[in-house]
Design a protein around this ligand. Structure first.
Ligand code: GDP
Length: 532
């Protein structure tokens, strides 16, 4: 890829808000997809493909984990955030590897549950967000109500870039605040030849003719309200995650998408400096900031995907390059194991194709073939530099299973299988302190099925799975050893250890959690594992 400023981003949305449809349209603008379902292959041909659907059904997707394309002189990497059945911790963690986010809202429904959860993760790094109010070709909520819904639930200030004129069967298009023109909505597949209605004079007969008197009146009123109620777009506030520019449109009809993508390519941040710590990685670890322009290469693993081919048990680890230049065949330092590794076949991805990457720069994502050496959060560096990137946590699961081997002789196999599969990051293994029970946690139910299948297939272990109605876990930080011991004793039935032997509190109910927090003001409770 020639040098173009990188834009590494993800789409956050609740299932069915239109993420897949939007992704297809973005890839279409990037020249990767010719029309919905037509994906460009390596040879340059466009072939009918049902790759997205197929991969969705399998609940595992490698090729769509990262989709790269160029548009408006930027190299964009769109990272997949699975949201349906394959929703998992990976979805959260992917957001730690991006610089910005496109938020899709179903305009008939407003903010929905999964968007709230994903937004919480964006908040951890104040990720800048562009918002697309989708499905305006259908009956939608009133635009002010929609903005209010987002502002009150997600606590982010909305600044509309466009304004809808009508909705559903009456949808005429969107008014552009900058050009004072209405981009006409028509069922056209070609957004490169838009048609506009001049709306610089809201009393002009041509406007009246185009949208009718009722909509002219409504538009006048609404534009006045916007002028008095809504602040101007402010780049710094967008960059700080305080403001979000908002577009109204229809991904399905490819309406309003180009305008949204145009703005993303203008304002979305290029790779940012990242926090890391120097060894030894204890609570006194020295914090440093690594700039993407640093000469020396660094990167971290944010996602591990088991290969879809069951005959080959290799996995692909996805590495985000954070600084410097990664070059094929050059030795890089795997900080956790202290080994230097020559990567001969680093992968880059373009829709369904993978290619060998000769080099990669800050902001790029490369895939490393992995036989089980890597773990989520592993840092790579040059020159044996001992650093570790922070901000790649485990998140509190929401679903739990008690897992026991059907054959007690296989208990050790089970533990090994569970902990190895958990290293891939889609599930977490906790060991209950007082009973030694193995508790598997996940944020999406499909992950349990994947684990069950793989335990039988790869480790030959059959196990029983018994759901446990816990709401989550909290990682704990104590002022001293004594308070840790006392707490562990007082709450022994809900104390577990995570994979790194850190103490966690199993949340039976929110009420239990509240009580425990009130009773133990000196103990800190964390919803994710990234604390020092
Ligand atoms: P995802 O679950 O967020 O990936 O959502 P999809 O892209 O699969 O869309 C869910 C459903 O909504 C599909 O039936 C889409 O055809 C439909 N859809 C997506 N965007 C629009 C839109 O702009 N207008 C209308 N009317 N339907 C849409």
């Amino acid at each position: 890829m020639s040098f173009k400023p990188r834009c590494t981003f993800a789409i956050i949305s609740h299932p069915d808000a239109g993420k897949t449809t939007m992704t297809e349209k973005l890839l279409w603008f990037g020249g990767v997809v010719r029309e919905a379902g037509m994906v460009k292959s390596k040879s340059g041909d466009y072939a009918k493909s049902d790759w997205m659907e197929l991969e969705k059904q399998r609940g595992i997707s490698i090729t769509s984990s990262v989709m790269s394309f160029e548009y408006n002189d930027r190299a964009l990497h769109l990272l997949d955030t699975p949201g349906h059945k394959d929703f998992s911790e990976d979805t959260y963690r992917t957001l730690t590897a991006v610089e910005s986010v496109l938020m899709m809202i179903d305009s008939a429904k407003g903010v929905e549950a999964q968007t709230i959860k994903l937004m919480e993760v964006c908040r951890m790094r104040d990720t800048p967000i562009v918002t697309f109010m989708n499905k305006f070709d259908r009956e939608a909520m009133d635009p002010f109500a929609l903005l209010d819904n987002i502002e009150s639930i997600l606590k982010i200030q909305c600044v509309p870039m466009t304004w809808p004129v009508g909705n559903g069967v009456d949808f005429k298009g969107v008014y552009d605040f900058k050009t004072k023109q209405i981009l006409s909505f028509k069922d056209s597949k070609d957004p490169f030849t838009p048609s506009y209605v001049d709306a610089s004079d809201l009393d002009a007969p041509s406007l009246l003719e185009a949208i009718g008197p009722a909509l002219v009146e409504k538009l006048k009123e609404e534009l006045e309200m916007v002028a008095t109620l809504i602040p101007e777009f402010n780049m710094d506030e967008y960059q700080a995650g305080i403001q979000t520019p908002v577009f109204f449109g229809s991904a399905l009809k490819n309406f309003g998408v180009k305008e949204c993508l145009d703005l993303i390519t203008q304002i979305a941040p290029t790779p940012k400096p990242r926090e890391a710590v120097l060894a030894p990685y204890d609570s006194n670890a020295e914090k440093i900031t690594i700039d993407p322009s640093d000469k020396e290469f660094t990167g971290f693993i944010f996602k591990i995907q088991a290969n879809m081919d069951p005959k080959h048990r290799d996995r692909i680890s996805f590495m985000r390059v954070c600084s410097g230049r990664f070059e094929r065949n050059e030795k890089i330092y795997h900080v956790r194991t202290g080994k230097e590794i020559r990567i001969a076949t680093p992968l880059i991805f373009q829709a369904r194709d993978r290619d060998i990457a000769e080099e990669a720069l800050a902001g790029d994502i490369i895939g490393l073939y992995d036989t089980g050496k890597y773990q989520i959060g592993d840092t790579f560096s040059m020159g044996k530099k001992h650093i570790r990137y922070t901000g790649i946590p485990s998140f509190s699961p929401e679903l739990f299973m008690r897992v026991t081997a059907k054959d007690p002789m296989k208990a050790k196999h089970l533990e090994k299988g569970l902990s190895q599969l958990s290293e891939e990051g889609a599930t977490q293994l906790f060991i209950r302190r007082h009973t030694n029970e193995k508790m598997l946690g996940a944020v999406g139910a499909l992950q349990f099925e994947v684990v069950k299948y793989r335990l039988e297939d790869e480790y030959s272990v059959e196990a029983s799975y018994e759901p446990v109605a816990w709401a989550g876990v909290r990682w704990l930080k104590f002022p001293d050893k004594k308070s840790e011991e006392k707490f562990a004793q007082d709450y022994s039935s809900v104390i577990m250890e995570d994979k790194d032997k850190r103490l966690c509190f199993a949340v039976r109910t929110e009420w239990d959690l509240k009580l425990a927090m009130e009773k133990n003001p000196d103990v800190k409770f964390f919803k994710n594992s990234d604390y020092i």
